[in-house]
Design a binder for this molecule. Structure first.
Ligand code: 26Q
Length: 807
């Protein structure tokens, strides 16, 4: 039935046109004459959504008929971006959609561009969850994404005199046309209160406060709509819309207060992606969506199965980082307090369902919750955490043996969520080969020794639909000409183009596609920011959250050093470059915000210099997000992946760039290692200390001032910044930054600087040979099959979840 509806839409764009027209009239309530761009977008979105509904039902029917094991992907973040263009692409109806809008006299591209990003995530972790949703629907895994329906996504970034200013994001002020409110799926979620022991021995938790979790479903169609999963997001609602007693007294503020407070839980996405500060509201968010999701999946299981102990046969829960790690104790609580299982059995059942993905090894980024806060907000869970900790100790240690602090869940007055998640999970995974290896050797060393089969690797991937077919039609059509359709769902097929790297005609066409994208980016920068760039220059791009470990600072220092050298030596062979930065800093991360200001200050100075204007421009468009990435990545010649080795768990931008034919300059960190293995050493610019060398340098008492003294170019730039060359109006502006570089430099910017500068000169030399560059670009795209999130999802399905992947 669903496929028929689809086929109809495909053969007859007239049908789509009628559907759009009907939605405009009857859903939106506008005539064609009065419709705004947003109205047309709503009408088109609703018409496209209709096409997804039948295959959605069909998928649900199949899952029930086959009694399939389901995956529940629990994530605080889903950074899905825009949905209209993606749905149209997946359904294969772009021509029809274009033609239909054209007949109404409306520009399809403008309609698509009108959609706000669903920015329900900070960065890599949230975007990974979105790519996984796309792939689970494409390869046919029965899956639900579970998260929070934030009223406000990630803040909007503006620059005021080069400083980051944050503004609230408000994507839900317009109707979100893709979601279905599920008024029947509403669960009360409790907080605080008391734990009581009943006469019959049962334990009951009597919460002091209750908030409702209300479900909103967004269908997630895979390739050609053959399989459609569900993203279910929870919105917090008050149990009472207002308090009658203060209302009748005329105290309207007091009457509304409890509802406002309750609904605060799903109000806004926390914008930090590094240093969790142990905030009570964050803990409540985590428990809120985890508890609602578990309640929902247990209800779904119990509706068709008798024995709750068989839950692991039908349910695989994936915890995206520790943010939903309270799932361990909450599932045990449900099994013990509500289903009457003994603790030991309940724990085994829960562990049979749970799996945990780790995304960072940085100690300051690991979640810890103060024990007193936990007792106050989640008293029953705190009891169970103590019980889990004890049971784990007993089962893994000989009697009377003191156990090392490193395997205690509760330590120093804190609950360590990483350890809780590890101990509660059947499988624990890292997100790249290097990261998984480091997990075993560092943070989880002792737990790994106790459970040697638990840690596995699942290298990240990205969806080639959005990140190649969707964002890069120029390259996509060349690839289709070369290998035929099919690569969209089987990216390994791109291997076929590797030999064409030696075909001059193919190289030319490959370079032409790149130039088309660079021209589009040039227009975009002009139209949106009134910035003029030279589209024939090398586009050198670093886009990601601003973090010291990602070393945007090293990039801008090197840009300044190159500028110095150009002025000293005007005939030096620098390749003309546009160096583009994009990314947000966490609002409370002072050093990251200072780095943004430094990039903008150096940019201002360098861009004003007529002597070097033909060779160097520095561009930092504000408010980098998924939609901007879709314009930047296809236009990149050079991808900057320069984190301190050992600190970037994987990276996924690195994969998107290589897929789109950019060459990488990078360290041996995260998935860069696996990119190098595939593209070959000759087609990537690797530099700097390895992870082991970084550790060793720190152990030996690394001294950045010695590194600065040994590098005249670095010393010059640091001195220029310190003396206020780039900030004459405030020469002291960078005191903290410079002091840190000279005295501490934890992320080894100074240690790697000269190697980075040298690697950049190799890049310049390589750029001079356009043929060789194009050859390398082809050889970057060709082996990217490994980095399709379809491959990643098949890996999880087989090694972790033990579920079918079949449409
Ligand atoms: C935790 C507690 C309180 C508030 C916020 C947070 C929080 C939120 C987001 C902590 C971490 C994040 C995001 C982390 C993240 O994006 N990590 C990245 O994950 C990618 C996908 O695996 C990797 O490719 C990146 O290497 C990794 O940095």
């Amino acid at each position: 039935h669903g496929l028929q509806a689809l086929a109809r839409a495909r053969t007859a764009s007239g049908d789509l046109e009628n559907a759009i027209h009907d939605h405009l009239l009857y859903s939106i309530g506008k005539t064609t004459a009065a419709a705004s761009l947003a109205d047309w977008r709503m009408a088109l979105s609703r018409a496209v959504r209709d096409l997804v509904v039948d295959p959605w039902f069909e998928t649900t029917r199949r899952i029930y008929a086959e009694d399939r094991k389901r995956v529940y992907y629990l994530s605080m973040e889903f950074l899905i971006g825009r949905l209209l263009e993606d749905a149209v692409l997946n359904l294969g109806i772009e021509d029809h959609a274009r033609r239909a809008m054209y007949r109404f006299g409306v520009n399809y591209d403008e309609v698509v561009d009108d959609e706000p990003d669903a920015a329900l995530g900070n960065g890599g972790l949230g975007r990974l969850a979105a790519c996984f949703l796309d792939s689970m629907s494409t390869v046919g895994v029965a899956a639900y994404g579970y998260g929070i329906r934030y009223e406000h996504g990630l803040f909007k970034q503006r620059f005021r005199e080069g400083w980051q200013i944050e503004q609230p994001e408000d994507w839900l002020t317009q109707v979100h046309p893709w979601e279905f409110q599920r008024s029947e799926s509403v669960y009360p979620i409790g907080f605080g209160g008391e734990v009581r022991q009943k006469e019959d021995g049962r334990t009951v938790w009597e919460p002091a406060e209750t908030v409702l979790a209300a479900a909103y479903d967004t269908p997630v169609p895979g390739w050609r709509g053959r399989w459609v999963n569900t993203l279910r997001l929870w919105s917090a609602q008050a149990t009472q819309v207002y308090d009658l007693e203060p209302f009748s007294r005329g105290d309207y503020l007091a009457a509304a207060a409890p509802a406002v407070l309750a609904e605060t839980i799903s109000r806004v996405l926390y914008p930090d992606d590094s240093t969790p500060q142990g905030k009570e509201l964050r803990l409540k968010q985590e428990f809120f969506f985890t508890a609602a999701s578990l309640r929902d999946l247990v209800r779904r299981f119990v509706a068709h199965h008798k024995d709750i102990r068989k839950l692991p046969e039908k349910v695989a829960v994936q915890l995206n980082d520790t943010h939903p790690a309270i799932a361990g104790p909450e599932l045990v609580r449900i099994l013990v307090d509500e289903h009457g299982l003994e603790f030991d059995e309940a724990f085994l059942v829960a562990r049979g369902c749970l799996h945990y993905t780790n995304h960072t090894l940085m100690p300051e980024a690991l979640e810890r919750w103060p024990v007193d806060l936990m007792w106050r907000v989640l008293p029953r869970h705190m009891q169970l955490i103590e019980r889990i900790d004890e049971a784990h100790a007993v089962s893994t240690h000989a009697a009377n043996q003191p156990r090392p602090d490193s395997v205690k869940i509760i330590d120093g007055g804190n609950v360590r969520m990483g350890d809780l998640a590890f101990i509660s999970a059947r499988k624990v995974n890292g997100v790249s080969a290097l990261h998984t290896d480091l997990m075993k050797r560092t943070v989880f060393r002792d737990l790994h020794a106790l459970h040697p089969d638990r840690i596995v690797n699942q290298t990240n991937g990205v969806t080639p639909r959005r990140w190649l077919a969707g964002c890069n039609p120029a390259l996509a059509s060349l690839l289709t000409e070369a290998v035929g359709h099919g690569w969209e769902t089987d990216l390994e097929q791109l291997k076929v183009i590797a030999p064409l790297a030696d075909d001059a005609g193919f190289r030319t066409r490959f370079s032409k596609a790149k130039q088309t994208n660079k021209d589009l980016l040039t227009k975009y920068l002009k139209a949106k920011l009134d910035i003029t760039v030279d589209p024939t220059a090398m586009f050198d791009i670093q886009i990601k959250r601003i973090h010291e470990y990602k070393r945007q600072l090293m990039n801008i220092l090197e840009a300044a050093a190159a500028w110095n050298e150009m002025k000293r030596n005007p005939s030096a062979p620098f390749a003309p470059r546009v160096r583009i930065f994009g990314g947000k800093a966490a609002p409370g991360y002072a050093m990251a915000k200072l780095i943004i200001k430094l990039i903008n200050d150096i940019g201002r100075t360098v861009n004003a210099d007529e002597e070097t204007r033909d060779r160097l421009a520095i561009v930092y468009p504000p408010n980098y997000n998924v939609s901007m990435a879709e314009v930047l990545i296809p236009a990149a010649d050079l991808s900057e992946q320069i984190s301190t080795a050992g600190m970037e768990a994987s990276g996924t931008g690195n994969m998107k760039f290589a897929m789109n034919g950019a060459l990488t300059i990078g360290t041996l960190d995260g998935a860069n290692v696996e990119i190098r293995e595939r593209v070959g050493d000759e087609n990537i610019f690797i530099f700097g200390k390895t992870a082991d060398e970084v550790t060793e340098a720190r152990e030996q008492g690394y001294d950045p001032s010695a590194a600065i003294a040994a590098s005249p170019r670095l010393a010059e730039v640091v001195e220029q910044i310190a003396s206020g060359l780039f900030s004459p109006e405030d020469p002291e502006r960078y005191r903290a930054l410079v002091d840190n570089l000279r005295g501490h430099d934890w992320f080894m910017v100074c240690a790697d600087f000269d190697a980075y500068y040298a690697a950049q000169r190799e890049v310049d030399a390589a750029w001079a040979d356009k043929n060789a560059w194009a050859r390398s670009a082809v050889l970057n795209t060709a082996p990217m099959g490994w980095f399709s999130s379809d491959r990643t999802i098949r890996g999880y399905a087989k090694d972790v979840w033990e579920v079918d992947a079949r449409v």
